[in-house]
Design a binder for this molecule. Structure first.
Ligand code: UD1
Length: 338
């Protein structure tokens, strides 16, 4: 069964390609390599025994999207990762984000609604909840005004899919709201490859640990949390990848309750920035050089998932602990800097 994975050489995409191939799916990857590398294909091959079919393509070219779906008319499911994800960059260049994250989404959906039956999985984010009023966060928590164009593309992306599903019963879609994916494949053949200075906490920590960065700045220790630092739900990327396969199978087997569904992908456990640092120190046996600095604009105090719906309806549960995820991130960082 042929599955298209857009952005399939990126961080979460590549781990999902591995899980799909392990389950016997035939995978076609489209990636423009804007934030990834063709070498990832070798990593996927090392783990699964074969590379996916790869088409280097920028999906902002509508004609190419149409041509792809004409050529591959046997695609039975699409997992759509291809998008830009840097919050700061989205503030500087909103049109890039609206074109890349929403224009492309529209082009793909326009092709899918032409099919007799189409299945679509969308990468959404817990950022749609903003600072939720209640912890843990359930899927029916209100969507709060976005803090950035990036966040807005996830909210509007969900709306676009929902509206499209309403009038296209042949289209079934699931939006997966990721909390904070971290880590790398335990084989250390694939992992996160941030270009430039990492904006996210865990790659910044591992790069500091390996000596590539001088010091981690902890953004604020005066939040109303136990140790004063922000709380997030860090989830192993392999757990996130497996959820995509489970969600896809739900659609392929027609087990979905509605043709548009939303699930949180988190562990249900919140960890503070200092707890994440301690996890790194624990698995690496190193002291991390860090200092407390001012708060970062736009950060919410805390966000962790209520996982009940994903557990009971989707039938998926995160397996790895923070230490296990951190250990894999650290193993990966050491491998790529060798
Ligand atoms: C961020 C985005 C979120 C996006 C996600 C995608 C913001 C405000 N949020 O999530 O919208 O979906 O990335 O990748 O940008 N921290 C430090 N020092 C650092 C880096 C981070 O203390 O050098 C802290 C942050 O303040 C935060 C936590 O670590 O409390 C996690 O930060 P990060 O990894 O950037 O993820 P989010 O902010 O949760």
């Amino acid at each position: 069964m042929k599955i298209l994975v857009t952005g399939g050489l990126g961080f979460i995409g590549s781990h999902t390609v591995v899980e799909l191939q392990n389950e016997g799916f035939e995978v076609v990857v489209i990636d423009n390599l804007s934030n990834s590398s063709e070498n990832v294909l070798e990593g996927i091959q090392a783990i699964t025994g074969k590379p996916p079919i790869f088409e280097k393509m920028d999906l902002r070219n509508k004609q190419k999207v149409q041509d792809f779906f004409s050529k591959h008319d046997d695609v039975e499911g699409v997992i759509h990762f291809a998008a830009s994800k840097a919050v700061g960059e989205s503030v500087e260049n909103p049109l890039l984000y609206y074109e890349n994250n929403l224009g492309v989404l529209v082009y793909i959906l326009q092709e899918l609604v032409k099919k007799d039956k189409a299945n679509f999985i969308f990468s959404s984010s817990c950022t749609v909840y903003g600072q939720a009023d209640k912890m843990p966060i359930t899927e029916d928590a209100p969507v709060k005004p976005a803090e950035s164009p990036y966040g807005n593309t996830k909210q509007v992306g969900e709306e676009i899919i929902k509206d499209t599903c309403k009038v296209n019963p042949n289209l079934s879609a699931i939006a997966l709201r990721y909390f904070n994916p971290i880590g790398a494949h335990p084989s250390v053949e694939i992992g996160e490859l941030p270009i430039g200075v990492p904006q996210n906490l865990v790659p910044f920590i591992t790069q500091t640990g390996v000596g590539l960065r001088e010091q981690l700045s902890v953004f604020g220790d005066d939040y109303p949390t136990e140790d004063g630092t922000c709380i997030r739900d860090y989830i192993h990327v392999v757990d996130v990848a497996k959820a995509h396969v489970v969600a896809l199978q739900r659609l392929l087997n027609g087990r979905n309750d509605m043709n548009y569904e939303v699930f949180n992908l988190g562990t249900g456990k919140g960890s503070s920035v200092l707890e994440v640092i301690h996890s790194f120190e624990n698995v690496s046996d190193k002291k991390l050089n860090y200092k407390i600095v001012d708060r970062r604009a736009g950060d919410v105090i805390q966000a962790y998932a209520d996982t009940e719906k994903a557990n009971s309806v989707l039938g998926w549960k995160a397996q790895s602990t923070l230490d296990e995820a951190m250990k894999s991130a650290w193993d990966w960082e050491q491998k790529i800097r060798r």
